[in-house]
Design a protein around this ligand. Structure first.
Ligand SMILES: *Cc1c(COP(=O)(O)O)cnc(C)c1O
Length: 378
Protein backbone atom coordinates (compact mmCIF):
# COMPACT_ATOMS: atom_id res chain seq x y z
CA UNK A 1 0.00 0.00 0.00
CA UNK A 2 1.29 3.42 -0.96
CA UNK A 3 0.83 5.43 2.24
CA UNK A 4 -0.21 9.09 2.48
CA UNK A 5 2.92 9.79 4.49
CA UNK A 6 5.83 7.77 5.75
CA UNK A 7 8.85 8.73 7.88
CA UNK A 8 12.31 8.24 6.38
CA UNK A 9 14.45 6.60 9.08
CA UNK A 10 17.54 4.42 8.69
CA UNK A 11 21.12 3.66 9.61
CA UNK A 12 22.03 7.31 10.37
CA UNK A 13 19.23 7.66 12.90
CA UNK A 14 20.06 4.28 14.44
CA UNK A 15 23.71 5.30 14.88
CA UNK A 16 22.71 8.64 16.39
CA UNK A 17 20.47 6.89 18.93
CA UNK A 18 23.22 4.40 19.84
CA UNK A 19 25.64 7.27 20.44
CA UNK A 20 23.23 8.89 22.92
CA UNK A 21 22.80 5.61 24.79
CA UNK A 22 26.56 5.20 24.99
CA UNK A 23 26.99 8.78 26.21
CA UNK A 24 25.01 8.18 29.39
CA UNK A 25 23.24 11.58 29.21
CA UNK A 26 19.68 11.21 27.95
CA UNK A 27 17.86 14.51 28.32
CA UNK A 28 18.31 18.26 27.72
CA UNK A 29 22.04 18.16 27.06
CA UNK A 30 24.42 19.04 24.23
CA UNK A 31 22.35 17.45 21.48
CA UNK A 32 19.20 19.36 22.39
CA UNK A 33 21.27 22.54 22.43
CA UNK A 34 22.83 21.77 19.06
CA UNK A 35 19.47 20.83 17.57
CA UNK A 36 18.07 24.17 18.72
CA UNK A 37 20.93 26.04 17.05
CA UNK A 38 20.78 24.18 13.73
CA UNK A 39 16.99 24.48 13.55
CA UNK A 40 17.18 28.22 14.28
CA UNK A 41 19.86 28.79 11.63
CA UNK A 42 17.76 27.02 9.00
CA UNK A 43 15.05 29.63 9.61
CA UNK A 44 17.37 32.61 9.89
CA UNK A 45 16.73 32.94 13.63
CA UNK A 46 19.22 33.36 16.49
CA UNK A 47 17.69 30.64 18.61
CA UNK A 48 14.94 28.08 18.83
CA UNK A 49 13.51 26.13 21.75
CA UNK A 50 13.05 22.37 21.42
CA UNK A 51 9.99 20.91 23.12
CA UNK A 52 8.03 17.67 23.38
CA UNK A 53 5.48 18.44 20.66
CA UNK A 54 3.94 21.18 18.54
CA UNK A 55 0.96 21.10 20.89
CA UNK A 56 3.29 21.92 23.79
CA UNK A 57 4.90 24.63 21.64
CA UNK A 58 1.54 26.30 20.95
CA UNK A 59 0.59 26.09 24.63
CA UNK A 60 3.91 27.60 25.75
CA UNK A 61 3.64 30.46 23.22
CA UNK A 62 0.10 31.45 24.26
CA UNK A 63 1.05 31.08 27.93
CA UNK A 64 4.12 33.29 27.50
CA UNK A 65 2.08 35.92 25.63
CA UNK A 66 -0.15 36.14 28.70
CA UNK A 67 -3.30 35.08 26.87
CA UNK A 68 -5.95 33.82 29.26
CA UNK A 69 -9.56 33.84 30.43
CA UNK A 70 -11.71 36.48 28.73
CA UNK A 71 -9.43 36.63 25.69
CA UNK A 72 -10.29 35.44 22.19
CA UNK A 73 -7.90 33.96 19.64
CA UNK A 74 -8.68 33.75 15.91
CA UNK A 75 -7.93 30.29 14.48
CA UNK A 76 -8.85 28.43 11.30
CA UNK A 77 -11.21 25.49 11.66
CA UNK A 78 -9.39 23.78 8.78
CA UNK A 79 -6.52 22.55 10.93
CA UNK A 80 -5.53 19.81 13.34
CA UNK A 81 -7.48 20.03 16.60
CA UNK A 82 -4.32 20.92 18.58
CA UNK A 83 -4.35 24.49 17.20
CA UNK A 84 -7.67 25.20 18.92
CA UNK A 85 -6.96 23.04 21.98
CA UNK A 86 -3.95 25.19 22.87
CA UNK A 87 -6.24 28.23 23.12
CA UNK A 88 -8.51 26.37 25.56
CA UNK A 89 -5.47 25.22 27.61
CA UNK A 90 -4.78 28.86 28.60
CA UNK A 91 -8.47 29.50 29.34
CA UNK A 92 -9.10 31.67 26.28
CA UNK A 93 -11.71 31.16 23.57
CA UNK A 94 -10.85 29.98 20.06
CA UNK A 95 -12.89 31.87 17.45
CA UNK A 96 -13.10 29.90 14.22
CA UNK A 97 -12.42 31.74 10.98
CA UNK A 98 -13.44 30.51 7.52
CA UNK A 99 -11.00 29.84 4.69
CA UNK A 100 -10.76 32.08 1.65
CA UNK A 101 -12.08 29.58 -0.90
CA UNK A 102 -11.78 26.00 -2.10
CA UNK A 103 -8.94 27.14 -4.35
CA UNK A 104 -7.12 28.93 -1.51
CA UNK A 105 -7.99 27.06 1.69
CA UNK A 106 -6.07 29.38 4.01
CA UNK A 107 -7.64 31.47 6.78
CA UNK A 108 -9.62 34.37 5.29
CA UNK A 109 -8.43 37.84 6.24
CA UNK A 110 -11.89 39.27 5.56
CA UNK A 111 -13.57 36.76 7.86
CA UNK A 112 -10.87 37.37 10.50
CA UNK A 113 -11.61 41.12 10.35
CA UNK A 114 -15.34 40.42 10.71
CA UNK A 115 -14.75 38.21 13.78
CA UNK A 116 -12.26 40.49 15.53
CA UNK A 117 -13.68 42.02 18.74
CA UNK A 118 -12.31 44.07 21.64
CA UNK A 119 -11.54 40.73 23.33
CA UNK A 120 -9.40 39.39 20.45
CA UNK A 121 -5.77 39.14 21.57
CA UNK A 122 -4.07 36.92 19.01
CA UNK A 123 -4.36 35.13 15.70
CA UNK A 124 -2.84 31.71 14.93
CA UNK A 125 -1.99 31.25 11.25
CA UNK A 126 -1.71 27.71 9.88
CA UNK A 127 0.33 27.23 6.71
CA UNK A 128 -2.13 24.61 5.51
CA UNK A 129 -0.51 21.72 3.59
CA UNK A 130 2.75 23.71 3.72
CA UNK A 131 1.47 26.69 1.66
CA UNK A 132 2.43 29.95 3.31
CA UNK A 133 -0.10 32.55 4.35
CA UNK A 134 0.41 36.12 3.13
CA UNK A 135 2.86 37.66 5.56
CA UNK A 136 2.37 41.36 4.75
CA UNK A 137 -1.44 41.18 4.89
CA UNK A 138 -1.51 39.41 8.25
CA UNK A 139 1.18 41.61 9.76
CA UNK A 140 -0.75 44.74 8.72
CA UNK A 141 -3.96 43.29 10.20
CA UNK A 142 -2.25 42.29 13.47
CA UNK A 143 -0.65 45.74 13.77
CA UNK A 144 -3.88 47.59 13.11
CA UNK A 145 -5.76 45.58 15.76
CA UNK A 146 -2.85 45.25 18.20
CA UNK A 147 -2.93 41.43 18.03
CA UNK A 148 -0.19 38.90 18.66
CA UNK A 149 0.60 36.98 15.48
CA UNK A 150 1.49 33.29 16.01
CA UNK A 151 2.33 30.70 13.35
CA UNK A 152 1.31 27.08 13.64
CA UNK A 153 4.07 25.98 11.28
CA UNK A 154 3.59 22.22 11.76
CA UNK A 155 3.30 21.83 7.98
CA UNK A 156 6.14 24.11 6.93
CA UNK A 157 9.55 23.42 8.50
CA UNK A 158 12.64 24.29 6.47
CA UNK A 159 11.42 27.42 4.70
CA UNK A 160 13.42 30.49 5.72
CA UNK A 161 10.30 32.70 5.62
CA UNK A 162 8.57 30.55 8.22
CA UNK A 163 8.92 31.82 11.76
CA UNK A 164 9.27 35.43 10.62
CA UNK A 165 5.59 36.39 10.55
CA UNK A 166 5.00 37.44 14.13
CA UNK A 167 5.79 36.83 17.79
CA UNK A 168 6.50 33.12 17.54
CA UNK A 169 6.10 29.96 15.46
CA UNK A 170 5.41 26.38 16.55
CA UNK A 171 6.76 23.34 14.65
CA UNK A 172 5.98 19.62 14.85
CA UNK A 173 8.27 16.62 14.44
CA UNK A 174 5.52 14.03 14.76
CA UNK A 175 5.94 10.86 12.69
CA UNK A 176 3.92 12.04 9.68
CA UNK A 177 5.48 15.50 9.34
CA UNK A 178 8.19 16.68 6.86
CA UNK A 179 10.86 15.59 9.37
CA UNK A 180 10.41 13.56 12.53
CA UNK A 181 11.79 12.88 15.98
CA UNK A 182 8.87 10.42 16.59
CA UNK A 183 7.32 13.00 18.91
CA UNK A 184 8.76 16.49 19.18
CA UNK A 185 8.40 20.15 18.44
CA UNK A 186 10.18 23.48 18.41
CA UNK A 187 9.50 27.17 18.87
CA UNK A 188 11.08 30.06 17.04
CA UNK A 189 10.70 33.48 18.55
CA UNK A 190 12.68 36.62 17.93
CA UNK A 191 11.64 38.15 21.26
CA UNK A 192 14.16 37.73 24.07
CA UNK A 193 11.54 38.21 26.76
CA UNK A 194 9.33 35.57 25.19
CA UNK A 195 12.12 33.03 24.77
CA UNK A 196 13.29 33.44 28.40
CA UNK A 197 9.74 32.92 29.60
CA UNK A 198 9.20 29.90 27.33
CA UNK A 199 12.50 28.24 28.33
CA UNK A 200 11.59 28.53 31.99
CA UNK A 201 7.98 27.39 31.51
CA UNK A 202 9.19 24.39 29.48
CA UNK A 203 10.80 22.90 32.58
CA UNK A 204 8.55 23.50 35.63
CA UNK A 205 9.36 27.22 35.87
CA UNK A 206 12.78 26.35 37.32
CA UNK A 207 15.65 28.86 37.21
CA UNK A 208 18.26 26.23 36.28
CA UNK A 209 18.29 22.75 34.75
CA UNK A 210 20.07 19.52 35.68
CA UNK A 211 22.90 20.18 33.24
CA UNK A 212 23.52 23.72 34.49
CA UNK A 213 23.59 22.53 38.11
CA UNK A 214 26.16 19.88 37.16
CA UNK A 215 28.36 22.64 35.72
CA UNK A 216 27.94 25.01 38.65
CA UNK A 217 28.88 24.85 42.34
CA UNK A 218 25.36 25.55 43.48
CA UNK A 219 22.78 22.75 43.65
CA UNK A 220 20.15 25.38 44.31
CA UNK A 221 17.27 26.41 42.11
CA UNK A 222 14.16 28.49 42.42
CA UNK A 223 10.73 28.21 40.79
CA UNK A 224 9.34 31.54 39.67
CA UNK A 225 6.14 30.55 37.84
CA UNK A 226 3.75 27.66 37.30
CA UNK A 227 5.59 25.68 34.63
CA UNK A 228 5.21 22.43 32.72
CA UNK A 229 7.32 19.48 31.64
CA UNK A 230 7.52 20.08 27.88
CA UNK A 231 11.21 19.20 27.44
CA UNK A 232 12.83 17.42 24.53
CA UNK A 233 15.28 14.57 25.24
CA UNK A 234 18.71 13.77 23.78
CA UNK A 235 17.49 10.73 21.83
CA UNK A 236 14.95 12.80 19.94
CA UNK A 237 17.40 15.65 19.41
CA UNK A 238 19.98 13.22 17.99
CA UNK A 239 17.45 11.86 15.50
CA UNK A 240 16.35 15.42 14.79
CA UNK A 241 19.90 16.51 13.93
CA UNK A 242 20.16 13.74 11.34
CA UNK A 243 16.73 14.58 9.92
CA UNK A 244 17.53 18.31 9.76
CA UNK A 245 20.47 17.60 7.44
CA UNK A 246 18.11 15.76 5.10
CA UNK A 247 15.13 18.10 5.33
CA UNK A 248 16.08 20.50 2.49
CA UNK A 249 16.55 17.60 0.06
CA UNK A 250 13.30 15.98 1.17
CA UNK A 251 11.41 19.26 0.74
CA UNK A 252 12.85 19.50 -2.81
CA UNK A 253 11.63 15.99 -3.58
CA UNK A 254 8.20 16.87 -2.19
CA UNK A 255 8.09 19.93 -4.46
CA UNK A 256 9.04 17.95 -7.56
CA UNK A 257 6.46 15.26 -6.81
CA UNK A 258 3.79 17.92 -6.15
CA UNK A 259 4.51 19.65 -9.45
CA UNK A 260 4.35 16.33 -11.29
CA UNK A 261 0.99 15.55 -9.61
CA UNK A 262 -0.32 18.95 -10.75
CA UNK A 263 0.69 18.40 -14.36
CA UNK A 264 -0.74 14.89 -14.58
CA UNK A 265 -4.00 15.78 -12.80
CA UNK A 266 -4.55 18.77 -15.07
CA UNK A 267 -4.08 16.52 -18.06
CA UNK A 268 -5.81 13.30 -16.99
CA UNK A 269 -8.27 14.30 -14.24
CA UNK A 270 -9.48 17.73 -15.46
CA UNK A 271 -12.57 17.63 -13.21
CA UNK A 272 -10.32 17.57 -10.14
CA UNK A 273 -9.21 20.88 -8.64
CA UNK A 274 -5.76 21.24 -7.09
CA UNK A 275 -5.71 24.09 -4.55
CA UNK A 276 -3.15 26.91 -4.73
CA UNK A 277 -0.90 27.04 -7.78
CA UNK A 278 2.50 25.66 -8.65
CA UNK A 279 4.33 28.92 -7.88
CA UNK A 280 2.89 29.28 -4.32
CA UNK A 281 5.68 29.14 -1.72
CA UNK A 282 5.26 25.83 0.12
CA UNK A 283 7.00 23.11 2.11
CA UNK A 284 4.62 20.64 0.36
CA UNK A 285 3.66 18.80 3.53
CA UNK A 286 0.66 17.07 1.95
CA UNK A 287 -0.97 16.98 -1.47
CA UNK A 288 -4.65 17.93 -1.19
CA UNK A 289 -7.08 17.75 -4.10
CA UNK A 290 -10.75 18.80 -4.34
CA UNK A 291 -12.98 16.24 -6.05
CA UNK A 292 -15.90 17.31 -8.25
CA UNK A 293 -19.18 18.16 -6.48
CA UNK A 294 -20.91 15.26 -8.25
CA UNK A 295 -18.26 12.68 -7.29
CA UNK A 296 -18.85 10.17 -4.48
CA UNK A 297 -15.73 10.69 -2.34
CA UNK A 298 -16.15 7.48 -0.35
CA UNK A 299 -16.29 5.48 -3.58
CA UNK A 300 -13.07 7.17 -4.78
CA UNK A 301 -11.39 6.34 -1.46
CA UNK A 302 -12.50 2.70 -1.77
CA UNK A 303 -11.36 2.36 -5.39
CA UNK A 304 -7.97 3.94 -4.67
CA UNK A 305 -7.55 1.59 -1.71
CA UNK A 306 -8.28 -1.33 -4.07
CA UNK A 307 -5.49 0.00 -6.28
CA UNK A 308 -3.10 0.04 -3.30
CA UNK A 309 -3.31 3.79 -2.67
CA UNK A 310 -4.11 5.15 0.79
CA UNK A 311 -5.88 8.51 0.98
CA UNK A 312 -7.04 10.64 3.92
CA UNK A 313 -8.96 13.83 4.58
CA UNK A 314 -7.39 17.06 5.87
CA UNK A 315 -9.26 17.95 7.92
CA UNK A 316 -12.57 17.13 9.51
CA UNK A 317 -13.19 20.81 10.45
CA UNK A 318 -12.50 21.43 14.13
CA UNK A 319 -15.77 23.33 14.68
CA UNK A 320 -17.70 20.22 13.57
CA UNK A 321 -15.95 17.82 15.98
CA UNK A 322 -18.33 16.78 18.77
CA UNK A 323 -16.32 18.41 21.55
CA UNK A 324 -16.21 21.76 19.74
CA UNK A 325 -19.73 21.73 18.30
CA UNK A 326 -21.04 21.04 21.84
CA UNK A 327 -18.97 23.97 23.15
CA UNK A 328 -19.81 26.38 20.32
CA UNK A 329 -22.94 25.28 18.48
CA UNK A 330 -23.89 27.05 15.24
CA UNK A 331 -20.58 28.23 13.85
CA UNK A 332 -21.27 28.54 10.13
CA UNK A 333 -18.10 28.33 8.01
CA UNK A 334 -19.41 27.59 4.49
CA UNK A 335 -16.08 27.61 2.62
CA UNK A 336 -14.39 25.38 5.19
CA UNK A 337 -17.30 22.95 5.08
CA UNK A 338 -17.40 22.83 1.29
CA UNK A 339 -13.65 22.25 1.13
CA UNK A 340 -13.64 19.59 3.85
CA UNK A 341 -16.49 17.67 2.21
CA UNK A 342 -14.66 17.44 -1.12
CA UNK A 343 -10.99 17.30 -0.07
CA UNK A 344 -8.90 14.18 -0.56
CA UNK A 345 -5.23 13.90 0.43
CA UNK A 346 -3.09 11.85 -1.96
CA UNK A 347 0.18 10.16 -0.92
CA UNK A 348 3.18 12.51 -0.76
CA UNK A 349 6.49 11.72 0.90
CA UNK A 350 10.15 11.70 -0.11
CA UNK A 351 10.24 7.91 -0.44
CA UNK A 352 7.96 8.16 -3.49
CA UNK A 353 9.03 8.09 -7.13
CA UNK A 354 7.49 9.75 -10.21
CA UNK A 355 6.16 6.28 -11.12
CA UNK A 356 4.20 6.26 -7.84
CA UNK A 357 2.63 9.60 -8.77
CA UNK A 358 1.70 8.18 -12.18
CA UNK A 359 0.10 5.15 -10.50
CA UNK A 360 -1.96 7.37 -8.16
CA UNK A 361 -3.18 9.66 -10.96
CA UNK A 362 -3.90 6.69 -13.20
CA UNK A 363 -5.95 5.05 -10.42
CA UNK A 364 -7.75 8.33 -9.70
CA UNK A 365 -8.62 8.79 -13.38
CA UNK A 366 -10.03 5.26 -13.53
CA UNK A 367 -12.00 5.81 -10.31
CA UNK A 368 -13.45 9.03 -11.71
CA UNK A 369 -14.58 7.08 -14.75
CA UNK A 370 -12.18 8.32 -17.37
CA UNK A 371 -11.15 4.96 -18.88
CA UNK A 372 -9.96 6.47 -22.15
CA UNK A 373 -7.03 8.08 -20.36
CA UNK A 374 -5.74 4.99 -18.60
CA UNK A 375 -3.35 3.77 -21.23
CA UNK A 376 -1.99 7.27 -21.76
CA UNK A 377 -0.79 7.61 -18.16
CA UNK A 378 0.22 4.00 -17.69
C1 LIG B 1 0.55 17.81 13.65
C2 LIG B 1 -0.04 19.16 13.92
C3 LIG B 1 -0.07 19.72 15.20
C4 LIG B 1 0.31 18.94 16.43
O1 LIG B 1 1.61 18.51 16.42
P1 LIG B 1 2.15 17.53 17.58
O2 LIG B 1 3.63 17.64 17.44
O3 LIG B 1 1.62 16.17 17.27
O4 LIG B 1 1.65 18.06 18.87
C5 LIG B 1 -0.54 21.00 15.35
N1 LIG B 1 -0.98 21.71 14.30
C6 LIG B 1 -1.00 21.20 13.05
C7 LIG B 1 -1.48 22.06 11.93
C8 LIG B 1 -0.53 19.91 12.82
O5 LIG B 1 -0.57 19.40 11.58
Amino acid sequence: MLLVSEPVLGADERAALAAVIDSGWVTMGDRVHEFEQVFARMHGADESIAVGSCTAALHLILHALGIGPGDEVLVPSLTFVATANAVLYVGARPVFVDVDSTAVPLMSLDDAKAKCTSRTKAVILVHFAGYLADREDWQAFARSKDLHLVEDAAHAPGLPAVGTFGEAAAFSFYGNKNMTTAEGGAIITRSRALSDMIRRARSHGMTSNTRQRLASRSPDYDVTMLGFNYRMDELRAAVGLVQLRKLPGWNDTRRHLSHYYRRLILEFCPSVMVPFDASWLSAHHIFPIVVPKAADRQSLIDQLREAGVQTTVHYPPVHRLTFYSDLYPSTPLPNTEDFAQRELTLPLHPGMTPADVEHVVHSLAVALGAPLLTSAVA
